[in-house]
Design a protein around this ligand. Structure first.
Ligand SMILES: [Cu+2]
Length: 494
């Protein structure tokens, strides 16, 4: 090629790149547009196959008015690129790591084959800087899921390395007028004058409040976002009277959120990707969403505008008010503060099924102990031991396992199992609604739950608290299928 030709080609390349970037920025500028399924240059759809190129990289973004900070992203945005596919499609994701540290992708809640689960040291080698790793699985289950790095998770997810995975049903009876995804995230705002390029090396204890026993160490997360935006940067959700809206809430943070819809009636149609049977409309209840959990909410737009609030007892919660703006009546309904909490275990009318016979039973008791030598100054134990020295769940394929959780500590634990869903059987000794299936269950202090896990996805799986700081401080175990029980928990880099 001539010199002129080369110059022309490079100019063209720049123009194409800029156009692509502008398109991406445009698409991510509003959470309303984030789920419309427009075709993007890094997503290829050929028949039943969807190929997505994701680049893990650092970028700088304005999360709150005037708060520009470095974040770690999949494809340059917070949250990372939404992967929205149809049920039954084959998904290929090429992850290129342009960070300065190793990373992976874990498909949270998705029952992928074990070697696609993204746990370094257990299901794959970590993806080193400059390397590419290809994930492949079939989108056999519909629902709301998410993805995040499982390497140094508490740190990497806290820096933003998370995105959404939405699998749309093929046979959706009544599609909502709008189908939106809301990812909730928590951040540590850089302190004035601090070199925030070095945040990862920072000792968390320096940022903690003095009294670790009150679990108030999470106060270090002093910036909350809705789809990567806080305060006045949050785009209003523009709707009209009578519209049926589905909002898929995903908590990618560390603490339980309490969403408040004020006086507006809503239904919880799905949790952790699993449909609720006969969900009743309700009003006046706060929706708790624990770390790692998903709740799909549906409501019909009333004749006025209203706010969705987060009632979490943190100053940062005040900065994530979502305005649902009715085009015909922009007058916002007067704020109503609800206090009663919604309880998924007493909701809906699941079809009763015959009690299962259990091949195995395990009892897991959780405690927390002050330990200055670990992350955040607290160590978390299961049956008195911390990972990798604690218990293991050993199963044969298709075993039906009953697991009892007892939270004897002071912290809340959203327990998450990889590669499987489980059925919730009882809460504090009382039966719950039939057919509540989840992959992440919030276990609060003094609560006892029984769950049923059908072990039907062979491999070695992590099973841990999704307050990722708790997981890093011992609150993890493994489910191992025979005959692959030789996997060494000490090799796992969560
Ligand atoms: Cu926990």
């Amino acid at each position: 090629m001539s010199k002129k030709g080369r110059v022309l080609t490079s100019i063209l390349t720049v123009v194409v790149l800029l156009a692509g970037t502008a398109f991406l920025l445009l698409r991510n500028s509003s959470f309303l547009q984030a789920t419309t399924g427009k075709e993007l240059s890094n997503i290829k759809v050929e028949g039943n196959k969807v190929t997505v190129d994701l680049v893990a990289k650092e970028t700088e973004t304005e999360l709150a008015p005037g708060v520009k900070m470095p974040v770690w992203t999949y494809n340059g945005t917070v949250p990372g690129q939404e992967i929205r596919v149809k049920q039954g499609q084959d998904i290929t994701v090429n992850l290129k790591n342009e960070l300065s540290v190793p990373a992976t992708i874990h498909w949270h809640g998705y029952p992928v084959p074990n070697d696609q689960d993204g746990v370094p040291g257990l299901t794959q080698e970590t993806v080193k800087p400059g390397q590419t790793f290809t994930y492949h699985f079939n989108a056999k289950m519909a629902g709301t899921y998410w993805y995040h790095s499982h390497e140094d998770s508490a740190n990497q997810v806290g820096k933003g390395l998370a995105g959404t995975l939405i699998v749309e049903k093929n046979d959706e009876q009544q599609k909502p007028d709008k189908d939106l995804t809301v990812m909730l995230q928590e951040w540590v705002k850089p302190m004035a004058g601090m070199d925030h390029s070095n945040m990862s090396g920072m000792d968390h204890s320096q940022m903690m409040t003095q009294d670790t026993s009150t679990m108030d160490h999470m106060a270090m997360y002093n910036l909350f976002t809705v789809n990567g935006k806080s305060g006045s940067l949050i785009d209003p959700l523009k709707v009209k009277t009578g519209d049926k809206i589905r909002v898929r809430f995903i908590n990618a943070g560390f603490q339980t959120r309490l969403m408040d819809f004020g006086n507006v009636s809503y239904k919880v149609v799905s949790t952790d990707g699993q449909d609720i049977q006969q969900p009743a409309e309700m009003k006046g209840k706060l929706l708790p969403i624990a770390a790692g959990e998903r709740y799909d909410v549906e409501f019909t737009v009333p004749s006025s505008s209203f706010m969705i609030y987060d009632r979490t007892d943190r100053p940062a919660a005040k900065d994530i008010q979502i305005l649902v703006e009715n085009k015909k009546n922009k007058q916002v309904e007067k704020e109503v503060v609800n206090t009663e909490k919604f309880d998924i275990t007493q909701y809906g009318k699941g079809k009763a099924v015959a009690a299962s016979k259990y091949n195995k039973e395990y009892k897991l008791a959780f405690e927390d102990v002050a330990d200055p030598s670990v992350d955040m100054g607290m160590r978390y134990t299961i049956n008195g031991k911390s990972f990798p020295n604690g218990p293991e769940i050993i199963v044969d394929n298709n075993d039906v396992v009953k697991i009892t959780y007892e939270n004897k500590g002071k912290a809340v634990h959203p327990m998450h199992v990889h590669g499987h869903f489980f059925k919730v059987l009882t809460k504090n000794g009382k039966p719950v609604t039939d057919n509540i299936y989840k992959d992440t269950l919030l276990v609060e202090p003094n609560e006892i739950f029984e769950i049923e896990l059908k072990a039907d996805n062979p491999g070695n799986w992590m099973y841990h608290c999704h307050d990722l700081h708790h997981a890093a401080s011992g609150m993890a175990l493994m489910v191992k299928f025979t005959p692959s029980v030789n996997a060494d928990p000490k090799a796992v880099k969560e």
